[in-house]
Design a protein around this ligand. Sequence first.
Ligand SMILES: NC(=O)c1ccc[n+]([C@@H]2O[C@H](COP(=O)([O-])OP(=O)(O)OC[C@H]3O[C@@H](n4cnc5c(N)ncnc54)[C@H](O)[C@@H]3O)[C@@H](O)[C@H]2O)c1
Length: 355
Amino acid sequence: VRKIRPKRDKKTKSQLGLGKEIKMTFRLGIIGAGRIGRIHCDNILSLHKKAELLAICDPRLDHTLVTNKSISHLFTQEDDFFCQNLDAVIIASPTPCHKRQIEKAIERRWHILCEKPLDLTLDSHLEIRDLLSKNQVKFQIGFNRRFDNDFAKIADYQKTGKLGRPYYVRITSRDPGLPSMEYLSSSGGMFLDMSIHDFDMARFIMNSDISEIFARGGVLTDNRLLEIDDIDTAIITLKFDNGTFGVIDNSRSATYGYDQRVELFGSQGSLANNNHHTTTVELCDEKGTHQEPLLDFFLERYQLSYAAELSAFIDSCINNKAPMPDISDAIHAISAAIAAKESLRLHQPVKVLKP
Ligand SMILES: NC(=O)c1ccc[n+]([C@@H]2O[C@H](COP(=O)([O-])OP(=O)(O)OC[C@H]3O[C@@H](n4cnc5c(N)ncnc54)[C@H](O)[C@@H]3O)[C@@H](O)[C@H]2O)c1
């Protein structure tokens, strides 16, 4: 563990609006420095002049992560990390750690940006909602796709009413391959780990809550998933409160790259995004028309959305704005994911709880 005393700017610039003063720099910590934690780390360091990344904690801390970077405190022990003097924390540890770490952060009155899902049960979400309501701490859930320009444009257009009466939203979300078995075994399974982004996206685009879900799914690509009671392929149909419908198709195995498409279809037309390729260049020759490959995975495809998500979080903390997406969005998405899991088990439609 390396400890270097950080340079602090003690000048007060503004109020957080929560009875707590904010220094010139907004002091952030990251707990969990794996795939997603490193993205947040890079974004803070490269984009946010007023945010100081003061501490990182990861039991398997990889020091190459911070080579040449000005992070003052590196920890392998969670307790040491939670003794720091921070304004906010980004929780990017494995999902089973989130709830405990959120509770510790709330105790310290740190604002929280937590990766999805908050936890694997609805009860945990409700406990955290309760704690947040008693403590003036901001909580944003890591549904970064809301900050993607393509999807935000579709959602905004839907709100204008120019697409007429919406009929259904169609979401294709296919990963290029499986994450590690270690990751998968604590992830909560495909619906809670992967489709949860799509449940949130469907609700965001349709601007209505999901009322009922019918999910089919199975293991078509890798039998190791059977051992951990997970699936790799799913087709999910949705009914929304506003009488419209949705369909999500998910796969953990798209051999051609990261496939992320949304279409909203309504009485005045349809609105859809295209996949992102490594370049927009097209080759036309005697064999046909060829494009560059799709972007490889979420790190590349959603790079800008992670940066925008972080900016929104910092803005909500510094300027005392309501965070978005918040704990209620986390609750809706986990309820939908749990309903999908139940629907798969029962082979029938299941109502989405709205606690
Ligand atoms: N928003 C997104 O697009 C997105 C993408 C990937 C993952 N995630 C979520 O982010 C979280 C992490 O996923 P990942 O892909 O980065 O996983 P990962 O396995 O790559 O990284 C997790 C890191 O957490 C560390 N860790 C383990 N126990 C810890 C503890 N007690 N405290 C702190 N750190 C601990 C591990 O050593 C590892 O470095 C998961 O909840 C996942 O669902 C979100």
